[in-house]
Design a protein around this ligand. Structure first.
Ligand code: ATP
Length: 289
């Protein structure tokens, strides 16, 4: 399912004295199966954009195409439930939304609310609890007896139980330890590849944007500043640093190496392996380092 934002503007509390223009002139195209990272300073409008992807917010100008549906600023919308099922959002700190007495009931709540049978919902819960890296026994526990990281995984399983076609992730690893972060991001990447899930990730981690995304969108003051693949985005570290954004460690290392050598390596490397290969190729060509 493709999603396209076309000239989207959103004003919070429109037509009140507190009206606030959060995003404007947003044009983003997310073809089916894309892994897109949305990066930008705090307050640049990332979460506001995300909430348009499953019609939680309706643009105050412009249109959002979600599969065959069009959410149009000027028109009333009916029956948004199919969109909510197809586009799953993992909000920041999703574990805060757990409420049921067992993990199983919590995971089954969403699908059963959308008409899935209890048997099928339980089958999904059994499959997904393992997918998110927890043992099946956890299903009969209270979510509130789990650690914060385990609760996060349960909440993610609840979103996946809806079997969405598009997964929207608003800083899904915030507050987790480094190992938990890698495990969760690798899981999302695996799901993206295995199920062909379109994935839109808001992150402050440039390492994650470089590692997982096909395309990166930079948001700045409510607008899209730039859209390109990671290699192109990180080929100009100064531009990102000027916007107050970071770059992956390997890019910083390459940048300082190039200054020391007083020459360009030739391509932007996003991993240490790529960088050492590029240096070896230079040596083979007889260029002293
Ligand atoms: N409910 C709201 N009412 C009024 N203004 C809001 C509301 N939510 C966000 N804003 C404003 O809209 C702008 C964009 O906010 P948004 O949360 O989309 O940014 P963000 O890039 O996701 O930030 P962060 O990285 O801190 O989550 C900001 O100026 C913010 O203060």
């Amino acid at each position: 399912m493709d999603i396209t934002l076309q000239d989207v503007e959103y004003k919070y509390q429109i037509n009140t004295p507190f009206e606030h223009l959060a995003i404007h002139d947003i044009n983003i195209s997310i073809p089916e199966g894309t892994f897109m990272a949305l990066i930008g300073h705090t307050g640049s409008g990332k979460s506001t954009v995300l909430q348009h992807l499953n019609a939680l917010l309706k643009p105050t100008k412009g249109k959002v195409h979600i599969g065959d549906r069009v959410i149009d600023a000027g028109k009333k919308e009916k029956n948004l439930r199919p969109i909510r099922q197809k586009v799953g959002i993992v909000f920041q700190f999703p574990e805060h939304q757990l409420f049921d007495e067992t993990v199983e009931k919590d995971i089954c709540f969403g699908p059963m609310n959308f008409g899935v049978s209890e048997e099928e919902a339980k089958r999904r819960a059994r499959e997904l609890i393992v997918e998110v890296g927890l043992p099946e026994e956890v299903l009969q526990k209270s979510p509130f007896d789990l650690s914060g990281g385990q609760m996060r995984r349960v909440a993610i399983a609840g979103v996946l139980a809806m079997e969405p076609e598009v997964l929207v992730l608003d800083e899904p690893t915030a507050g987790l330890d480094p190992r938990g972060r890698t495990e969760i991001m690798d899981m999302f990447y695996r799901l993206h590849k295995q199920k062909g899930l379109s994935t839109i990730l808001v992150t402050h981690s440039m390492e994650d944007a470089a590692k997982y995304a096909d395309e990166i969108v930079i948001m700045h003051r409510g607008q899209v500043k730039k859209t390109a693949d990671p290699r192109t985005i990180f080929s100009n570290p100064e531009e990102l640093l000027e916007l107050g954004l970071d770059v992956p460690e390997v890019v910083k290392f390459q940048y300082s190496l190039e200054r020391k050598m007083n020459r360009k390596i030739g391509k932007t490397c996003l991993t240490i392996d790529e960088l050492s290969m590029a240096l070896r190729e230079m040596q083979v060509r007889g260029e002293s380092l």
